[in-house]
Design a protein around this ligand. Structure first.
Ligand code: APR
Length: 236
């Protein structure tokens, strides 16, 4: 196995759209219904803690009602067959990649099934339930919150992303980008770290031209084509 080959599979909300989870900026997106600064920002959380906790409770409960799709399974299969070559990084906070069997998923913006205590920093997985009565099991303080990176907060895993991009550059690797508008992370810039890049989105966007290959279709339809490109790249 040629272990100098590296493939970064980077994803956004579009990866989970066909599982029934809403994206953020599409026509029926979450940020069309909710004011992102009210329900997913440091300021909004300080202003109305309950509103924000309720917002994430509803999304956590809904997560328990949906299942992974063929695109999650494609990524999980590639990671299983090429554990050293394939790095899976997502902006998504859902656990659908894990439920498709994917190991070592790097979640840049947090993880919806988890809560953490602002007092003792204990992180616990509560599955798909509404948050228990806010009291931390470990320290007893009423300081539990969602383990999600809100706007205005530091995203600790961005350092890991930078590190993985540097490794991709050294390996002249393959960058695969699935289902993101690039509004928060500039995926067009990420193509500069790769020898080859593949984009899959439902609609065309300004950054299509930065990618060598573009599949402008649903992730489920593109999944077998993406798998083929990744396997050919690794086996070349
Ligand atoms: N298959 C593939 N792509 C899809 C599909 C689909 N079925 N449905 C939608 N898409 C694409 C859209 O074309 C769009 O490019 O998914 C993207 C969704 O964009 P956003 O809603 O902006 O989601 P995302 O890019 O993940 O947002 C990034 O913003 O609010 C923050 O923290 C939040 O992680 C999120 C970040």
């Amino acid at each position: 196995m040629n272990d100098t080959k590296r493939v970064m599979i980077f994803s956004g909300a579009g990866l989970s759209a066909e599982s029934g989870l809403r994206t953020f900026r599409d026509s029926d997106g979450l940020w069309e219904e909710f004011d992102v600064m009210q329900v997913c920002s440091v300021k909004g959380f300080a202003k109305d803690r309950k509103k924000v906790l309720d917002f994430f409770d509803k999304r956590r409960i809904q997560l328990g009602e949906v299942s992974p799709n063929a695109a999650h399974r494609m990524i999980a299969d590639l990671k299983e067959h090429y554990p050293k070559e394939v790095i899976v990084i997502t902006q998504n906070v859902d656990d659908l990649l894990e439920r498709a069997g994917c190991k070592d998923v790097i979640h840049l913006h947090g993880f919806l099934p988890e809560v953490y205590c602002e007092s003792c920093k204990e992180v616990s997985n509560i599955g798909y339930k509404a948050m228990p009565k806010l009291t931390c099991q470990k320290c007893g303080k009423k300081s539990l919150r969602h383990n999600i990176v809100m706007f205005g907060e530091y995203a600790p895993y961005y350092a890991t992303l930078d590190n993985e991009l540097e490794k991709l550059k050294v390996a002249n690797g393959l960058f695969v980008c699935i289902g993101t508008s690039g509004e928060v992370l500039n995926v067009a810039q990420f193509t500069r770290y790769a020898g080859k890049s593949v984009l899959n989105n439902l609609e065309s966007s300004w950054f299509d031209e930065y990618f060598d290959v573009c599949f402008i279709e649903s992730a489920v339809n593109a999944a077998p084509k993406i798998r083929k490109l990744v396997e050919e790249f690794i086996q070349a």
